[in-house]
Write a protein of this length. Sequence first.
Length: 74
Amino acid sequence: MNATIQKWGNSLALRIPKSIANEIELEQGDSVEMEVADGVLAVRPGRPRYRLADLVRGITKKNPGRRGAGMWSG
């Protein structure tokens, strides 16, 4: 599929067609990772970034998380 690069402020923008966005489950407001390798631009859905406070807030008596030393081993 071909697309056209357009000016957006002082930057350039590439529109992602809805069919492609749906295929990779990308929605407005999502972050993406971009990299250039051998002259090819690759755009991938970004990995979620978690903050410790948000993760701890999700711990409840019904959802205590995993316990034991195994959770710390790599």
